[in-house]
Write a protein of this length. Sequence first.
Length: 409
Amino acid sequence: MTTIVLKPKKEEAILRFHPWVFSGAIQKIILDKNNPHAEPQEGELVRIVDFNEKILGVGHYQIGSIAVRLLAFGTDSLHDDFFEQCIRAAYQMRQSINLIRDGNNTYRLVHGEGDFLPGLVIDVYADTAVVQAHSVGMHLCRQTIAQAIVKVVKEVKNVYYKSDDTLPFKAEIEGERTGYLIKEEGKKKEEEGVFWATENGLDFRIDWLRGQKTGFFIDQRENRALLELYAKGKDVLNMFCYTGGFSVYALRGGAKSVDSVDVSEKAIELVNKNIERNFPPSTIAFQAHHAYAKEAFEFMADIKDKYDLIILDPPAFAKHRDAIKNALRGYQRLNAKGIEQIRPGGILFTFSCSQAIDKDMFRLAVFSAAAQVGRKVRILHQLHQPQDHPINIFHPEGEYLKGLVLQVE
Ligand code: SAH
């Protein structure tokens, strides 16, 4: 096994259970004498030791600024059933907090570092799990992971692997980046990749083959449930609606009207299917809904006093740290449009899912928007990612979704 020796003092973060070794922290790399290569291979399991060669842990090696993602601390080996144990612990945690219940078969089973499995995401939609590897190490373990999922979660019959967007683009890796790892026999071709899953008693059409992320934005579940409580009698704008999650909840909450807007035509098709499935065409809710495939700023050019409740849930404006400044300007501009035009007494649900922008920066951008517009604004709730996207307290980088519920005078 390859040994990675850290520079003096660089062991401190690892001793505090931070699961990453940055490339700059490495003093030297000692290859196993049987290793035929001149350097460690991407995805290889490596041992981490401190300057005095005391064992700190074991993890997946990768070329890049995060050189190792640790899977276990204080040991240099993993149990044979390591993945099964970790996935079982993640499943039991979600069961113990009553997340998996009648009317809710949509949840994140594994959230990377938050479930002590850096580089791995698993989302469950009824009988199908969608696996995303963010590291070459996890890619190499994908078959073991798939077997562990079906062993632990009895309802899951299919495991689909979707890592074309998440694995390092340049990595030379064996095997496909997408495709079924386990597939129920007899599953018909037309059923592949699209079916219905249930969240809080509402049905959503999940397209994990073609959809964004693993097919659905599970991370807004609790925030959508909160929005439902605010929706009664309101005229609602769901901007950046994607599959219309917030819209469906708003309609169940008794909204007077809901307009869903997304630049993607495909997303709008999905919104309409989701609305129709939950509210048949004869219902008032169905008739209260309209969907528009339109660019956000174009749609918001003139919406003065049209809405009592506005949701702004844009894609990540800052994908990297060097994009922060522009992203903050983007959030300010977008929120100014909303705050300026919402009806007096209106409620704004505003979000940022950029990991590089923390909650204080986001709040400052929204503050700047309010100051620019010159209306009185109060914060009613500060929102974040839900319980199935846990943040490992030793890994604050795992916090990414934040939101504010504002009331505008
Ligand atoms: N609120 C959604 C998730 C939003 S994801 C949910 O709860 O599921 C962000 C969405 O913004 C994507 O669907 C993307 O198509 C859309 N989008 C990106 N840029 C846009 C723009 N300039 N105008 C409108 N929509 C945009």
